[in-house]
Design a protein around this ligand. Structure first.
Ligand code: NAP
Length: 467
Protein backbone atom coordinates (compact mmCIF):
# COMPACT_ATOMS: atom_id res chain seq x y z
CA UNK A 1 0.00 0.00 0.00
CA UNK A 2 1.45 3.38 -0.93
CA UNK A 3 1.96 6.00 1.80
CA UNK A 4 -0.82 8.17 0.26
CA UNK A 5 -3.42 5.41 0.41
CA UNK A 6 -2.34 4.42 3.92
CA UNK A 7 -2.73 8.06 5.04
CA UNK A 8 -6.22 8.38 3.51
CA UNK A 9 -7.37 5.06 5.00
CA UNK A 10 -5.96 6.06 8.41
CA UNK A 11 -7.82 9.36 8.25
CA UNK A 12 -11.09 7.56 7.54
CA UNK A 13 -10.43 5.26 10.54
CA UNK A 14 -9.64 8.34 12.64
CA UNK A 15 -12.88 10.03 11.57
CA UNK A 16 -14.85 6.90 12.44
CA UNK A 17 -13.21 6.77 15.88
CA UNK A 18 -14.12 10.42 16.50
CA UNK A 19 -17.76 9.79 15.52
CA UNK A 20 -17.87 6.60 17.60
CA UNK A 21 -16.35 8.49 20.53
CA UNK A 22 -18.97 11.22 20.32
CA UNK A 23 -21.74 8.66 19.90
CA UNK A 24 -20.63 6.96 23.12
CA UNK A 25 -21.04 10.23 25.03
CA UNK A 26 -24.81 9.79 24.72
CA UNK A 27 -24.87 7.74 27.90
CA UNK A 28 -22.81 8.04 31.09
CA UNK A 29 -22.31 4.25 30.99
CA UNK A 30 -20.42 4.40 27.67
CA UNK A 31 -18.89 7.88 28.04
CA UNK A 32 -15.49 6.65 29.33
CA UNK A 33 -15.24 4.29 26.37
CA UNK A 34 -16.04 7.24 24.11
CA UNK A 35 -13.11 9.21 25.51
CA UNK A 36 -10.82 6.23 24.79
CA UNK A 37 -12.12 5.93 21.19
CA UNK A 38 -11.55 9.63 20.55
CA UNK A 39 -8.12 9.49 22.24
CA UNK A 40 -7.01 6.56 20.08
CA UNK A 41 -8.24 8.48 17.01
CA UNK A 42 -6.16 11.47 18.07
CA UNK A 43 -3.04 9.32 18.53
CA UNK A 44 -3.48 7.74 15.08
CA UNK A 45 -4.06 11.17 13.49
CA UNK A 46 -0.85 12.45 15.11
CA UNK A 47 1.18 9.42 14.02
CA UNK A 48 -0.10 9.69 10.45
CA UNK A 49 1.47 13.14 10.12
CA UNK A 50 4.88 11.46 10.43
CA UNK A 51 4.38 9.45 7.23
CA UNK A 52 2.95 12.40 5.31
CA UNK A 53 5.49 13.09 2.51
CA UNK A 54 5.32 16.92 2.88
CA UNK A 55 6.30 16.70 6.55
CA UNK A 56 9.96 17.43 7.10
CA UNK A 57 10.32 19.12 10.47
CA UNK A 58 10.25 15.99 12.58
CA UNK A 59 12.27 17.58 15.39
CA UNK A 60 9.82 20.48 15.64
CA UNK A 61 6.86 18.09 15.48
CA UNK A 62 8.23 15.87 18.24
CA UNK A 63 9.08 18.91 20.36
CA UNK A 64 5.52 20.25 19.91
CA UNK A 65 3.99 16.86 20.81
CA UNK A 66 6.20 16.45 23.89
CA UNK A 67 5.66 20.02 25.17
CA UNK A 68 1.92 20.15 24.38
CA UNK A 69 1.31 16.59 25.57
CA UNK A 70 3.17 17.11 28.86
CA UNK A 71 1.33 20.35 29.66
CA UNK A 72 -2.04 18.75 28.83
CA UNK A 73 -1.19 15.62 30.86
CA UNK A 74 -0.18 17.72 33.87
CA UNK A 75 -3.23 20.00 33.64
CA UNK A 76 -5.53 17.01 33.19
CA UNK A 77 -4.16 15.54 36.43
CA UNK A 78 -4.26 18.68 38.59
CA UNK A 79 -7.28 20.62 37.34
CA UNK A 80 -10.15 20.64 39.80
CA UNK A 81 -13.59 19.56 38.61
CA UNK A 82 -14.88 23.05 39.39
CA UNK A 83 -12.22 24.59 37.13
CA UNK A 84 -13.16 22.40 34.18
CA UNK A 85 -15.05 25.18 32.28
CA UNK A 86 -11.87 27.29 32.23
CA UNK A 87 -9.97 24.29 30.92
CA UNK A 88 -12.55 23.78 28.17
CA UNK A 89 -12.26 27.48 27.29
CA UNK A 90 -8.46 27.14 27.00
CA UNK A 91 -8.60 24.03 24.77
CA UNK A 92 -11.31 25.64 22.71
CA UNK A 93 -9.20 28.74 22.21
CA UNK A 94 -6.23 26.56 21.21
CA UNK A 95 -8.32 24.86 18.52
CA UNK A 96 -9.60 28.15 17.11
CA UNK A 97 -6.13 29.72 17.33
CA UNK A 98 -4.58 26.72 15.56
CA UNK A 99 -7.12 26.97 12.73
CA UNK A 100 -6.43 30.71 12.35
CA UNK A 101 -2.65 30.11 12.49
CA UNK A 102 -2.89 27.47 9.73
CA UNK A 103 -4.74 29.95 7.52
CA UNK A 104 -2.18 32.69 8.29
CA UNK A 105 0.71 30.37 7.40
CA UNK A 106 -0.90 29.07 4.24
CA UNK A 107 -1.53 32.65 3.06
CA UNK A 108 2.00 33.73 4.02
CA UNK A 109 3.48 30.82 2.06
CA UNK A 110 1.22 31.49 -0.92
CA UNK A 111 -0.25 27.98 -0.66
CA UNK A 112 -3.90 29.02 -0.98
CA UNK A 113 -5.11 28.57 -4.54
CA UNK A 114 -8.50 28.88 -6.19
CA UNK A 115 -11.58 30.79 -5.11
CA UNK A 116 -13.15 27.96 -3.08
CA UNK A 117 -9.98 27.33 -1.08
CA UNK A 118 -9.44 31.06 -0.48
CA UNK A 119 -13.04 31.55 0.70
CA UNK A 120 -12.75 28.63 3.15
CA UNK A 121 -9.31 29.75 4.38
CA UNK A 122 -10.64 33.26 5.04
CA UNK A 123 -13.77 31.93 6.77
CA UNK A 124 -11.65 29.56 8.90
CA UNK A 125 -9.30 32.39 9.80
CA UNK A 126 -12.15 34.73 10.76
CA UNK A 127 -14.08 32.18 12.82
CA UNK A 128 -10.90 30.71 14.34
CA UNK A 129 -9.63 34.14 15.41
CA UNK A 130 -12.98 35.05 16.99
CA UNK A 131 -13.05 31.66 18.79
CA UNK A 132 -9.46 32.17 20.01
CA UNK A 133 -9.77 35.68 21.43
CA UNK A 134 -13.34 35.04 22.65
CA UNK A 135 -12.15 31.91 24.51
CA UNK A 136 -9.29 33.89 26.09
CA UNK A 137 -11.83 36.37 27.46
CA UNK A 138 -14.09 33.50 28.62
CA UNK A 139 -11.10 31.92 30.40
CA UNK A 140 -10.17 35.23 32.09
CA UNK A 141 -13.74 35.67 33.30
CA UNK A 142 -14.16 32.14 34.62
CA UNK A 143 -10.75 32.24 36.29
CA UNK A 144 -11.70 35.47 38.05
CA UNK A 145 -8.98 37.46 36.23
CA UNK A 146 -11.57 39.71 34.59
CA UNK A 147 -14.40 40.48 36.94
CA UNK A 148 -15.87 43.48 35.19
CA UNK A 149 -18.41 43.24 32.42
CA UNK A 150 -17.21 45.61 29.67
CA UNK A 151 -20.05 47.07 27.70
CA UNK A 152 -19.35 49.82 25.19
CA UNK A 153 -21.92 52.50 24.42
CA UNK A 154 -23.87 51.30 21.36
CA UNK A 155 -22.21 47.92 21.77
CA UNK A 156 -24.29 46.19 19.09
CA UNK A 157 -23.49 48.92 16.55
CA UNK A 158 -19.76 48.59 17.36
CA UNK A 159 -20.02 44.79 16.99
CA UNK A 160 -21.77 45.23 13.65
CA UNK A 161 -19.19 47.70 12.33
CA UNK A 162 -16.26 45.48 13.40
CA UNK A 163 -17.89 42.42 11.84
CA UNK A 164 -18.48 44.41 8.66
CA UNK A 165 -14.83 45.56 8.52
CA UNK A 166 -13.68 41.95 8.99
CA UNK A 167 -15.98 40.74 6.21
CA UNK A 168 -14.86 43.54 3.85
CA UNK A 169 -11.18 42.79 4.53
CA UNK A 170 -11.86 39.05 4.07
CA UNK A 171 -13.65 39.84 0.80
CA UNK A 172 -10.66 41.89 -0.36
CA UNK A 173 -8.31 38.98 0.41
CA UNK A 174 -10.57 36.59 -1.53
CA UNK A 175 -10.70 39.05 -4.44
CA UNK A 176 -6.93 39.54 -4.38
CA UNK A 177 -6.37 35.75 -4.29
CA UNK A 178 -2.72 35.70 -3.25
CA UNK A 179 0.29 37.99 -2.83
CA UNK A 180 1.46 37.02 -6.35
CA UNK A 181 -1.82 37.59 -8.16
CA UNK A 182 -2.40 40.84 -6.20
CA UNK A 183 0.88 42.18 -7.50
CA UNK A 184 1.90 44.05 -4.35
CA UNK A 185 3.07 41.52 -1.70
CA UNK A 186 3.53 44.22 0.94
CA UNK A 187 -0.05 45.55 0.60
CA UNK A 188 -1.38 41.98 0.62
CA UNK A 189 0.52 41.28 3.85
CA UNK A 190 -0.85 44.45 5.46
CA UNK A 191 -4.37 43.48 4.40
CA UNK A 192 -3.89 40.05 6.02
CA UNK A 193 -2.51 41.56 9.24
CA UNK A 194 -5.41 44.06 9.44
CA UNK A 195 -7.88 41.23 8.80
CA UNK A 196 -6.47 39.09 11.64
CA UNK A 197 -6.31 42.03 14.09
CA UNK A 198 -9.92 43.03 13.38
CA UNK A 199 -11.07 39.39 13.71
CA UNK A 200 -9.28 39.01 17.06
CA UNK A 201 -10.73 42.29 18.36
CA UNK A 202 -14.17 41.15 17.21
CA UNK A 203 -13.86 38.04 19.43
CA UNK A 204 -12.94 40.23 22.41
CA UNK A 205 -15.72 42.78 22.00
CA UNK A 206 -18.34 40.09 21.36
CA UNK A 207 -17.45 38.20 24.56
CA UNK A 208 -16.54 41.00 26.98
CA UNK A 209 -20.09 42.22 27.69
CA UNK A 210 -21.30 38.69 28.39
CA UNK A 211 -21.17 37.64 31.98
CA UNK A 212 -22.96 35.77 34.69
CA UNK A 213 -25.14 32.86 33.87
CA UNK A 214 -24.67 33.09 30.09
CA UNK A 215 -20.98 32.13 29.99
CA UNK A 216 -21.47 28.35 29.60
CA UNK A 217 -23.56 28.91 26.50
CA UNK A 218 -20.91 31.23 25.07
CA UNK A 219 -18.17 28.63 25.58
CA UNK A 220 -20.28 26.04 23.86
CA UNK A 221 -20.95 28.46 20.99
CA UNK A 222 -17.22 29.24 20.66
CA UNK A 223 -16.63 25.48 20.62
CA UNK A 224 -18.98 25.19 17.65
CA UNK A 225 -17.05 28.06 15.98
CA UNK A 226 -13.76 26.27 16.56
CA UNK A 227 -15.15 23.11 14.95
CA UNK A 228 -16.24 25.06 11.88
CA UNK A 229 -12.88 26.83 11.59
CA UNK A 230 -10.98 23.54 11.90
CA UNK A 231 -13.25 21.94 9.27
CA UNK A 232 -12.59 24.79 6.82
CA UNK A 233 -8.84 24.65 7.37
CA UNK A 234 -8.99 20.85 6.94
CA UNK A 235 -10.27 21.54 3.43
CA UNK A 236 -7.42 23.99 2.83
CA UNK A 237 -4.85 21.41 3.97
CA UNK A 238 -6.61 18.58 2.12
CA UNK A 239 -6.90 16.67 5.40
CA UNK A 240 -10.15 14.61 5.61
CA UNK A 241 -9.69 13.83 9.33
CA UNK A 242 -9.62 17.55 10.14
CA UNK A 243 -12.68 18.17 7.95
CA UNK A 244 -14.71 15.42 9.63
CA UNK A 245 -13.49 16.23 13.16
CA UNK A 246 -14.28 19.91 12.55
CA UNK A 247 -17.77 19.14 11.28
CA UNK A 248 -18.45 16.78 14.20
CA UNK A 249 -17.29 19.40 16.74
CA UNK A 250 -19.17 22.19 14.92
CA UNK A 251 -22.42 20.21 14.77
CA UNK A 252 -22.27 18.88 18.33
CA UNK A 253 -21.24 22.31 19.66
CA UNK A 254 -24.20 23.89 17.89
CA UNK A 255 -26.62 21.31 19.32
CA UNK A 256 -25.19 21.67 22.83
CA UNK A 257 -25.45 25.47 22.55
CA UNK A 258 -29.11 25.18 21.58
CA UNK A 259 -29.86 22.74 24.41
CA UNK A 260 -28.15 24.95 27.01
CA UNK A 261 -29.79 28.12 25.73
CA UNK A 262 -33.14 26.33 26.00
CA UNK A 263 -32.31 25.13 29.54
CA UNK A 264 -31.60 28.73 30.55
CA UNK A 265 -34.46 30.13 28.47
CA UNK A 266 -32.09 32.55 26.77
CA UNK A 267 -32.26 32.69 22.97
CA UNK A 268 -28.72 32.65 21.53
CA UNK A 269 -29.19 36.02 19.81
CA UNK A 270 -30.34 37.44 23.13
CA UNK A 271 -27.23 36.08 24.90
CA UNK A 272 -24.87 37.72 22.42
CA UNK A 273 -26.67 40.97 21.70
CA UNK A 274 -28.45 41.74 24.98
CA UNK A 275 -26.34 40.04 27.63
CA UNK A 276 -27.13 40.14 31.34
CA UNK A 277 -25.17 42.99 32.87
CA UNK A 278 -24.48 43.93 36.49
CA UNK A 279 -27.19 46.56 36.46
CA UNK A 280 -29.83 44.07 35.48
CA UNK A 281 -29.29 42.03 38.60
CA UNK A 282 -32.22 42.31 40.99
CA UNK A 283 -31.54 42.84 44.66
CA UNK A 284 -34.24 40.42 45.69
CA UNK A 285 -36.61 43.22 46.65
CA UNK A 286 -40.10 41.94 47.19
CA UNK A 287 -38.91 38.79 48.89
CA UNK A 288 -40.75 38.38 52.18
CA UNK A 289 -40.23 36.04 55.11
CA UNK A 290 -37.08 35.19 57.00
CA UNK A 291 -34.28 32.64 56.89
CA UNK A 292 -35.06 29.86 59.36
CA UNK A 293 -32.19 27.71 60.57
CA UNK A 294 -32.40 24.00 61.28
CA UNK A 295 -29.97 21.81 63.24
CA UNK A 296 -28.30 18.77 61.67
CA UNK A 297 -30.24 16.64 64.18
CA UNK A 298 -33.63 17.99 63.08
CA UNK A 299 -32.67 17.80 59.40
CA UNK A 300 -31.63 14.17 59.91
CA UNK A 301 -34.92 13.39 61.66
CA UNK A 302 -36.96 15.04 58.87
CA UNK A 303 -35.26 12.83 56.29
CA UNK A 304 -35.00 9.65 58.40
CA UNK A 305 -38.78 9.64 58.94
CA UNK A 306 -39.67 10.78 55.41
CA UNK A 307 -41.05 8.49 52.72
CA UNK A 308 -39.51 10.32 49.84
CA UNK A 309 -36.49 12.65 49.63
CA UNK A 310 -35.34 14.40 46.47
CA UNK A 311 -31.75 15.64 46.53
CA UNK A 312 -30.83 18.64 44.38
CA UNK A 313 -27.06 19.02 44.08
CA UNK A 314 -25.48 22.23 42.83
CA UNK A 315 -22.20 24.05 42.50
CA UNK A 316 -21.63 24.10 46.29
CA UNK A 317 -21.60 20.29 46.42
CA UNK A 318 -18.90 20.31 43.73
CA UNK A 319 -16.77 22.92 45.54
CA UNK A 320 -17.04 21.01 48.81
CA UNK A 321 -16.37 17.68 47.09
CA UNK A 322 -19.31 16.34 49.09
CA UNK A 323 -20.57 13.78 46.56
CA UNK A 324 -19.16 10.75 48.42
CA UNK A 325 -20.77 11.82 51.69
CA UNK A 326 -24.03 12.51 49.88
CA UNK A 327 -24.05 8.97 48.48
CA UNK A 328 -23.23 7.57 51.95
CA UNK A 329 -26.18 9.48 53.39
CA UNK A 330 -28.43 8.25 50.56
CA UNK A 331 -27.57 4.60 51.24
CA UNK A 332 -28.22 5.12 54.94
CA UNK A 333 -31.64 6.67 54.30
CA UNK A 334 -32.52 3.88 51.87
CA UNK A 335 -31.63 1.31 54.53
CA UNK A 336 -34.23 3.06 56.68
CA UNK A 337 -36.83 2.62 53.94
CA UNK A 338 -36.71 6.16 52.53
CA UNK A 339 -37.04 6.53 48.76
CA UNK A 340 -34.23 8.85 47.58
CA UNK A 341 -33.90 10.37 44.12
CA UNK A 342 -31.50 12.91 42.62
CA UNK A 343 -32.80 15.81 40.53
CA UNK A 344 -30.31 17.31 38.10
CA UNK A 345 -30.77 20.67 36.44
CA UNK A 346 -29.12 20.87 32.99
CA UNK A 347 -26.95 23.84 34.04
CA UNK A 348 -26.35 22.93 37.70
CA UNK A 349 -22.71 23.49 38.61
CA UNK A 350 -20.32 25.06 36.17
CA UNK A 351 -20.39 22.85 33.10
CA UNK A 352 -22.89 20.64 31.30
CA UNK A 353 -23.15 17.28 33.05
CA UNK A 354 -21.14 18.55 36.05
CA UNK A 355 -23.40 16.93 38.66
CA UNK A 356 -23.80 13.70 36.70
CA UNK A 357 -20.02 13.28 36.54
CA UNK A 358 -19.57 13.90 40.27
CA UNK A 359 -22.41 11.57 41.29
CA UNK A 360 -21.14 8.87 38.92
CA UNK A 361 -17.66 9.26 40.45
CA UNK A 362 -19.17 8.71 43.91
CA UNK A 363 -20.93 5.56 42.68
CA UNK A 364 -24.55 6.77 42.58
CA UNK A 365 -26.41 4.42 40.20
CA UNK A 366 -27.77 6.09 37.06
CA UNK A 367 -31.33 4.93 37.77
CA UNK A 368 -31.47 7.22 40.80
CA UNK A 369 -30.56 10.30 38.77
CA UNK A 370 -33.34 12.21 37.01
CA UNK A 371 -33.40 15.15 34.61
CA UNK A 372 -35.54 18.22 35.24
CA UNK A 373 -38.40 17.14 32.97
CA UNK A 374 -38.46 13.64 34.45
CA UNK A 375 -38.70 14.68 38.10
CA UNK A 376 -40.30 18.10 38.33
CA UNK A 377 -43.82 16.67 38.68
CA UNK A 378 -42.72 14.57 41.68
CA UNK A 379 -41.80 17.40 44.07
CA UNK A 380 -45.31 17.78 45.60
CA UNK A 381 -45.10 14.11 46.68
CA UNK A 382 -41.65 14.57 48.24
CA UNK A 383 -41.55 14.96 52.02
CA UNK A 384 -38.19 16.69 51.76
CA UNK A 385 -36.35 18.43 48.94
CA UNK A 386 -32.70 18.57 50.06
CA UNK A 387 -30.85 21.36 48.24
CA UNK A 388 -27.09 20.88 48.54
CA UNK A 389 -25.11 23.92 47.39
CA UNK A 390 -27.60 24.76 44.64
CA UNK A 391 -29.10 28.21 44.28
CA UNK A 392 -30.05 29.60 40.83
CA UNK A 393 -31.42 26.27 39.61
CA UNK A 394 -34.07 26.28 42.38
CA UNK A 395 -34.84 30.01 42.38
CA UNK A 396 -38.63 30.45 41.99
CA UNK A 397 -38.20 34.05 40.80
CA UNK A 398 -37.26 32.48 37.44
CA UNK A 399 -40.98 31.64 37.20
CA UNK A 400 -42.47 34.85 38.57
CA UNK A 401 -40.14 37.87 38.59
CA UNK A 402 -39.97 39.45 35.13
CA UNK A 403 -37.16 41.75 36.26
CA UNK A 404 -34.96 38.80 37.27
CA UNK A 405 -32.02 38.03 34.96
CA UNK A 406 -32.96 34.35 35.12
CA UNK A 407 -36.64 34.97 34.39
CA UNK A 408 -37.97 32.17 32.19
CA UNK A 409 -35.20 29.70 33.01
CA UNK A 410 -36.80 26.34 33.80
CA UNK A 411 -36.06 25.50 37.44
CA UNK A 412 -36.35 22.45 39.66
CA UNK A 413 -39.60 22.85 41.62
CA UNK A 414 -38.04 22.34 45.05
CA UNK A 415 -40.49 24.86 46.51
CA UNK A 416 -43.36 22.48 45.70
CA UNK A 417 -42.02 19.86 48.12
CA UNK A 418 -43.62 19.46 51.58
CA UNK A 419 -40.39 20.61 53.22
CA UNK A 420 -37.17 22.07 51.89
CA UNK A 421 -33.78 21.80 53.56
CA UNK A 422 -31.01 23.94 52.08
CA UNK A 423 -27.36 23.22 52.83
CA UNK A 424 -25.10 26.23 52.21
CA UNK A 425 -22.46 28.13 54.12
CA UNK A 426 -24.20 31.45 54.62
CA UNK A 427 -26.00 34.12 52.64
CA UNK A 428 -23.92 33.73 49.48
CA UNK A 429 -25.76 34.30 46.24
CA UNK A 430 -25.68 31.98 43.23
CA UNK A 431 -23.82 32.38 39.94
CA UNK A 432 -26.25 34.97 38.58
CA UNK A 433 -25.81 37.07 41.74
CA UNK A 434 -29.45 37.27 42.78
CA UNK A 435 -31.35 36.54 45.99
CA UNK A 436 -33.42 33.39 46.21
CA UNK A 437 -37.01 33.52 47.51
CA UNK A 438 -36.94 29.76 48.13
CA UNK A 439 -34.65 30.24 51.13
CA UNK A 440 -37.23 32.52 52.77
CA UNK A 441 -40.18 30.17 52.15
CA UNK A 442 -42.48 29.02 54.98
CA UNK A 443 -41.52 25.38 54.47
CA UNK A 444 -37.75 26.01 54.01
CA UNK A 445 -35.09 25.43 56.64
CA UNK A 446 -31.43 26.38 56.29
CA UNK A 447 -28.71 23.97 57.42
CA UNK A 448 -25.63 26.18 57.45
CA UNK A 449 -22.19 24.75 56.80
CA UNK A 450 -19.92 23.53 54.06
CA UNK A 451 -21.70 20.71 52.22
CA UNK A 452 -19.27 17.97 53.20
CA UNK A 453 -19.38 18.72 56.94
CA UNK A 454 -23.13 19.39 56.98
CA UNK A 455 -23.90 16.07 55.28
CA UNK A 456 -21.44 14.28 57.59
CA UNK A 457 -23.35 15.69 60.59
CA UNK A 458 -26.64 14.52 59.10
CA UNK A 459 -25.13 11.04 58.59
CA UNK A 460 -23.94 10.92 62.22
CA UNK A 461 -27.39 11.91 63.44
CA UNK A 462 -29.25 9.43 61.21
CA UNK A 463 -26.93 6.70 62.55
CA UNK A 464 -27.69 7.72 66.12
CA UNK A 465 -31.41 7.22 65.36
CA UNK A 466 -30.91 3.70 64.06
CA UNK A 467 -31.99 0.58 65.82
P1 NAP B 1 -25.12 28.53 42.11
O1 NAP B 1 -26.35 29.25 41.71
O2 NAP B 1 -23.83 29.03 41.61
O3 NAP B 1 -25.09 28.50 43.72
C1 NAP B 1 -24.13 27.80 44.40
C2 NAP B 1 -24.39 27.97 45.89
O4 NAP B 1 -23.51 27.07 46.55
C3 NAP B 1 -24.10 29.36 46.42
O5 NAP B 1 -25.28 30.02 46.75
C4 NAP B 1 -23.19 29.13 47.65
O6 NAP B 1 -23.77 29.75 48.80
C5 NAP B 1 -23.18 27.62 47.81
N1 NAP B 1 -21.87 27.09 48.17
C6 NAP B 1 -20.66 27.48 47.72
N2 NAP B 1 -19.70 26.75 48.30
C7 NAP B 1 -20.31 25.88 49.12
C8 NAP B 1 -19.86 24.85 49.99
N3 NAP B 1 -18.56 24.58 50.16
N4 NAP B 1 -20.79 24.14 50.68
C9 NAP B 1 -22.11 24.40 50.55
N5 NAP B 1 -22.59 25.36 49.74
C10 NAP B 1 -21.70 26.09 49.05
O7 NAP B 1 -25.20 26.99 41.74
P2 NAP B 1 -26.29 26.17 40.89
O8 NAP B 1 -27.63 26.24 41.55
O9 NAP B 1 -25.67 24.86 40.67
O10 NAP B 1 -26.47 26.96 39.54
C11 NAP B 1 -25.48 26.99 38.55
C12 NAP B 1 -25.33 28.39 38.02
O11 NAP B 1 -24.10 28.45 37.30
C13 NAP B 1 -26.43 28.79 37.07
O12 NAP B 1 -26.70 30.16 37.16
C14 NAP B 1 -25.82 28.47 35.70
O13 NAP B 1 -26.39 29.21 34.66
C15 NAP B 1 -24.37 28.86 35.95
N6 NAP B 1 -23.38 28.18 35.13
C16 NAP B 1 -23.61 26.92 34.72
C17 NAP B 1 -22.69 26.26 33.96
C18 NAP B 1 -22.98 24.87 33.45
O14 NAP B 1 -22.70 24.58 32.31
N7 NAP B 1 -23.53 24.03 34.31
C19 NAP B 1 -21.47 26.90 33.64
C20 NAP B 1 -21.23 28.21 34.12
C21 NAP B 1 -22.22 28.84 34.86
P3 NAP B 1 -22.85 30.09 50.07
O15 NAP B 1 -21.75 30.95 49.57
O16 NAP B 1 -23.76 30.75 51.04
O17 NAP B 1 -22.34 28.77 50.60
Amino acid sequence: MSARILIQVSYIVVAMLFILGLRSMASPVTARRGIVWAGVGMVIATLVTFITPEMKNFVLMIAAIVIGGSIAWYLGKVVKMTDMPQMVAVYNGMGGGAAAAIAALEFARGDVHGTMMTVLAVLGALIGSVAFSGSCVAFAKLQGLMNRVWRLPAQNAVNFVMALIAVVLGGMIIYAGSADSFGDPMKFKLMLIAFFIVSLVLGVILTSPIGGADMPVVISLLNAFTGLAVGFEGYVLGNPALIIAGIVVGASGTLLTQLMAKAMNRPITNIIFTPITGEAISSGEGITGSLKEVSALDAAAMMRYAQKVIIIPGYGMAVAGAQHKVWEMTKLLEEEGVEVKFAIHPVAGRMPGHMNVLLAEAGVPYDKIFDLEEINEEFPQADVALVIGANDVVNPSARTDKSSPIYGMPILNADHAQNVIVIKRGRGVGYSGIENALFYGENTRMLYGSAQQAVAQVIANVKSMQG
